[in-house]
Design a protein. Structure first.
Length: 204
C-alpha cells in the first residue's frame, strides 16, 4: 500500500514538473482584481467627461480634444493595470519558485500580443473612419481572443474569462450606445470576479 502511495506521489510530482515547464502558472488573481478596479475607475472618469464636461462645454470642444481625453484616460488605466499585473505576478512567481521570464512566459506574451496588436490596428481604423460606436465591442472581442490564444500557455481557467469577454463584445455590437457600460462590465466587473476566483482557488 505504501509503495502504491509513493508511486502516486511520484506521478503527481512529474505532472507538476511538466505543468511548470509547459505553462506559466504564476498569474496572480490580485492582478485581475486591481485591473478591474482601475478599469472601473477609468470608466467612471469617462462617464463624467461624457455626461458633465462635454454637455456643458459642447460648443467649445472639438472632436480631437474628445479623442485625446479618451486616449489619455485609457492609457493611464492600462498603465496602472500593467504595473499591478507585473507586481503581483512577479510576487506570485517568486512564491512558486518560477522564473518570471522564460520560454513559457515568452510564448504566452507572443500569443496574447498577436490578437491585441491586430485589434489595436482594427480599432485605429474604426477611429479614423469615425465608427466609434464599435470601438468598445471590438476591444472586448479582441481582448477575449487574446486571452483564448494565450490560455494554452497558462491556467486553463482563463478560458472562461476569454469566452465571457468575447460573448459580451458580440452582444454589445447589437446594443450600440451602451459601449461604456459593456466595457465596464468586461474589463471591470469580470476581471474582479475572475481575479477573486483565481485568488481563492490558487493563492489563498
Amino acid at each position: 500500500m505504501k509503495e502504491a502511495t509513493d508511486h502516486l506521489e511520484e506521478l503527481k510530482e512529474i505532472r507538476n514538473l511538466m505543468e511548470r515547464s509547459s505553462r506559466f502558472i504564476s498569474l496572480s488573481g490580485l492582478s485581475g482584481i486591481f485591473a478591474g478596479v482601475f478599469a472601473l475607475a477609468g470608466a467612471a472618469v469617462a462617464y463624467w467627461f461624457i455626461h458633465s464636461y462635454i454637455r456643458i462645454n459642447l460648443p467649445n470642444i472639438d472632436q480631437t480634444e474628445i479623442y485625446l481625453f479618451f486616449f489619455v484616460d485609457a492609457a493611464i488605466t492600462l498603465t496602472l493595470a500593467l504595473f499591478a499585473g507585473i507586481f503581483f505576478t512577479t510576487r506570485q512567481a517568486k512564491k512558486k519558485g518560477q522564473k518570471i521570464w522564460d520560454k513559457t512566459s515568452q510564448r504566452l506574451i507572443i500569443n496574447v500580443a498577436i490578437p491585441l496588436i491586430a485589434g489595436g490596428f482594427f480599432i485605429l481604423a474604426l477611429l479614423l473612419n469615425n465608427v466609434v460606436n464599435l470601438i468598445a465591442p471590438a476591444s472586448l472581442i479582441f481582448y477575449g481572443l487574446a486571452l483564448l490564444n494565450g490560455s494554452k500557455f497558462t491556467l486553463e481557467d482563463i478560458r472562461y474569462l476569454a469566452y465571457s469577454e468575447i460573448a459580451l463584445g458580440i452582444v454589445s455590437c447589437f446594443l450600440i450606445g451602451y459601449g461604456l457600460l459593456f466595457w465596464s462590465i468586461g474589463f471591470g466587473i469580470l476581471h474582479i470576479i475572475y481575479g477573486a476566483v483565481m485568488y481563492f482557488k490558487y493563492e489563498k
